[in-house]
Design a binder for this molecule. Structure first.
Ligand code: ASP
Length: 608
């Protein structure tokens, strides 16, 4: 037997027991004739004491960091206790030991505060994984996994595996492809998600399916994306949107409870996509704080129900506002006393290329009831007050206003709002706010191809009341500049996203389940009959054999873990992640393959 206990297990109550531990040497400290060794395993650290009698043996077999050691001895209550670790009350008086394996000097110290940089730690990820900080993340990941499985199992969901070697039907992201040796010149693709399989499972009658599954997308890796990532992928038959929302609200709440002991008892808030864009400037608003946008211009037609309060700024002859497509204000709480230096700094902040604005207008709502602004020349105090009031500013607040092209300005204000929220401590790591965003547009305009693409994916159903609009209008966009006036621009989908603290953690939709409508959808996306049959003939065929109404959702598992762990980076929650160029620096992959492999595949490289 290699060990009787783990390194995290022994307490003062074990005093006098004879035990054997096995683990890795964290530190060796010599004090005259005695030596202390901290022995570490997955469960903790225990202090070993090697007395004088072992000196000779010890000198003949010197221990180094990360050596694998087995030690037998007696548990002894320490006089000098260490309150910082659970085993700190005891140590082991070693009577015999054995070096099970030696270790080279590790390239960085395996401690919470390591001296190893990112690249080095990734190259030696198997050593990095020994560190507590990383281990805690993987433990959290496993806890989320367990909680999700428990919940879904109890709700009658079945975990069904779907294949990884499938057919390439790129839509949205690029596929990773795999050459087939047995079918020369032909390729599999790795699934971007099990979307069509889970729909087929609904046709097969498995009315509650889930899978915690790898998905593969060959995208340029923007910050914090991975080419392979994990989803909690779910689908249900005989459901309407409301059924899905309540089932999966339940899933996330139960994960909160199991993993963080948070009782999220209130109903998850809901917001339409239009309201999210209008009030927060993006489709995944962080609702831990207010600072809603005040739109001071009439918007483009994509917001069918919105107006904009242009009367508040019109007629002042202020060109910057008059000529801008969009003018948007936010009220930042408690910042009316910002100095010139501080407002200058904010102006520089919005001018940075990532934000791309030309300038920043501000109104200080002083606590004495007066208003002071950078546009006093154009607006009377009364008008400033009216704008501030409309932005919901209180005495002591600072109103910030940006003006420019619609999309850019909206994005900029949204970024500015998040930045101010962060600076003012309104985005707390330990506060969790969930939100459903509903009624997404069905289509998105693709400028490059001057065509419509699916906002979610082509299997998402339109709002029933708008099916006619889709079927009865020609998808062709005659005038690219006026695409917003095309009837398709206003068709909303039966689609929903779940948002947590400003991050999209899940998204899904009620699906199309009739062949005819699915064909119309493909056609709207510019696919002719031949292409439809080539790419999705199997699904269209399946819809002819009793496809039930169905819908589903998929959660970004890595992201969910990262947020629950209070981290911005999903990489920290993946055992063997890739770097920002999609490389596994430990394996040094991707890599070239042997000449023989090329021959078997009958593939010749033609690198440009
Ligand atoms: N398959 C979709 C995705 O990966 C999610 C869904 O619609 O269920 O985004």
């Amino acid at each position: 037997m290699y060990r009787t206990h783990t390194c995290g297990e022994l307490r003062a109550t074990h005093s006098g027991n004879q035990v054997t531990l096995a683990g890795w040497v964290q530190t060796v400290r010599k004090f005259g004739a005695i030596t202390f060794v901290d022995l570490r395993d997955r469960y903790g650290i225990t202090q070993l004491l090697f007395g004088e009698d072992l000196n000779k043996e010890f000198d003949e077999n010197p221990l180094g960091r990360e050596f694998v050691l087995q030690a037998t001895g007696t548990v002894n209550e320490r006089s000098n206790k260490n309150p910082n670790i659970p085993t700190g009350d005891i140590e082991i008086n070693v009577t015999s030991f054995k070096i099970l394996n030696k270790s080279a000097v590790p390239p960085f110290t395996i401690q919470d505060d390591t001296d190893g940089g990112d690249d080095l730690r990734m190259k030696y990820r198997f050593l990095d994984l020994r560190r507590n900080a990383v281990k805690r993340n993987l433990e959290l990941r496993y806890a989320v996994n367990r909680a999700a499985r428990n919940y879904l199992h109890h709700q009658g969901f079945m975990d069904i595996e779907t294949p990884f070697l499938i057919k390439s039907t790129p839509e949205g992201a690029r596929d990773f492809v795999v050459p087939s040796r047995m079918n020369p010149g032909q390729f599999y693709a790795l699934p971007q998600s099990p979307q069509t399989f889970k729909q087929l499972l609904m046709v097969s009658g498995y009315d509650r399916y889930y899978q915690i599954v790898k998905c593969f997308r060959d995208e340029d890796l923007r910050a914090d994306r991975q080419p392979e990532f994990t989803q909690i992928d779910c689908e249900m038959a005989f459901v309407e949107q409301e059924d899905i929302l309540s089932m999966f609200e339940g899933l996330i709440k139960s994960v909160f409870k199991e993993v963080k002991n948070i009782d999220y008892t209130e109903a998850v808030e809901r917001m339409t996509w239009e309201d999210a864009m209008w009030n927060f400037g993006n489709d995944k608003p962080d609702i831990r704080f207010g600072m809603k946008l005040l739109n001071l211009k009439k918007p483009a037609s994509v917001y069918t129900s919105k107006q904009g309060q242009s009367a508040l700024i019109d007629g002042a002859d202020f060109k910057v506002f008059d000529e801008a497509e969009t003018v948007i204000a936010i009220a930042v709480p408690g910042c009316s006393e910002y100095s010139r230096k501080q407002t200058d700094e904010l102006t520089e902040w919005v001018k940075r290329p990532q934000i791309g604005m030309k300038g920043l207008v501000f109104i200080k709502c002083n606590t004495d009831g007066t208003y002071k602004s950078s546009v006093d020349k154009f607006y009377s105090e009364e008008k400033l007050k009216a704008i501030a009031d409309a932005a919901d500013a209180k005495a002591g607040d600072l109103v910030l206003i940006l003006a420019g092209a619609e999309e850019r300005t909206r994005k900029a204000v949204s970024e500015l709002r998040l930045e101010m929220g962060k600076r003012l401590g309104l985005r707390k790591d330990d506060e969790f706010r969930l939100l459903w965003v509903l009624d997404f547009p069905l289509f998105e305009y693709d400028e490059e191809g001057n065509r419509w693409v699916a906002r979610h994916h082509p299997f998402t159903s339109p709002k029933p009341s708008q099916i006619e609009t889709m079927i009865n209008n020609n998808p062709v966009i005659e005038n690219a500049a006026e695409y917003l006036n095309h009837p398709y621009a206003n068709i909303k989908a039966n689609a929903y996203d779940m948002v947590l603290n400003g991050n999209e953690i899940g998204g899904g939709s009620i699906r199309i389940y009739q062949r005819e409508l699915q064909e119309k959808m493909f056609a709207a996306l510019g696919m002719d009959e031949e292409e439809q049959l080539h790419k999705f003939g199997f699904l269209l065929g399946a819809f002819e054999y009793g496809a039930p109404p169905h819908g589903g959702i998929a959660f970004g598992f890595d992201r969910l873990c990262a947020i629950l762990g209070g981290s911005e980076s999903i990489r920290d929650f993946i055992a063997f992640p890739k770097n920002n160029s999609g490389r596994d620096v430990m394996l040094d992959a991707p890599a070239t393959i042997d000449e023989k492999q090329f021959e078997e595949l009958q593939i010749k490289l033609n690198l440009k």
